[in-house]
Design a protein around this ligand. Sequence first.
Ligand code: ZN
Length: 293
Amino acid sequence: MEPPMEQVTANVYTNTRIRGCNPSYVATDDGVVIIDTPQLPTRAVAMREEAESHGPIRYLINTEHHVDHIFGNYYFRGAGTVVNHQGLYDNFMVVAPILDPFAYAQEAIPTDDPEGAAIFPDREEYYRDPNKGSIVFTGDLTLRVGGTTFRCLHTPGHTPGQLAVHVPEEGVVFTGDTIFNECQTWLMTSDIEGWLAALERIRTLDFEKLVPGHGPITDRSALDDQRAILLEWKAGVAAAVAEGLSREETQARVNFKDRFPVDVGQEYMMDYIMSHNAGSLWDKMTARPLRDG
Ligand SMILES: [Zn+2]
């Protein structure tokens, strides 16, 4: 039996217990706003149905371009207008050397959503219309739906097009993966300095409940916890670089495996996350501009 969506406030629902991000929706007096979509096909279809029971879907906002936040958009075609930051839009399901997002979405099906196989599109069909944004913006954007405000705040760091969505009437902020709560943080596409600034920006907002990108619903104490783990990663890799360790030596030494589990369904990725986190930070700390002469 599938666990139901969790009710966060009177009009806010999320799902923190399935593989993928924490897909959420907000019911207003003039329809529904979706924030991130389930990666698993049957969960995407079920969430759409549940959301539509509160009224028509007006907007679908994605918080970042990683596959676990956007793949399910495919199952929301024809339901509301998709809203993406430009930095997200430009990276939407783009195949990168370390990760093919379509293959990653497909890889989860046999273990996590076998019934989803029947509605999983082939690659060509998917890329014909993955349901990317049609409102694409830079900076911040505010939407009003009925009496509810959705402040889409550009908070880059985890990814370049990262958004936090602040809904003041509900006292909720959806941080996307700017917060990994009680689970491992993914740093591969990150800019740590930007990320630390993003945490401080979120700290200035007025809210009681914080819906993270991964892990259970929390509050503003998660901002300090996330800052601590970012600083620890940075310090650990910086010390290795300072000692002159190679990329491989740094990967062998620096990890935080014992600190948190990996989020639901990705337990087998612990070593992948640790080595790519350390390697990507080493690359950034050792990158030198070309010198002339
Ligand atoms: Zn994520």
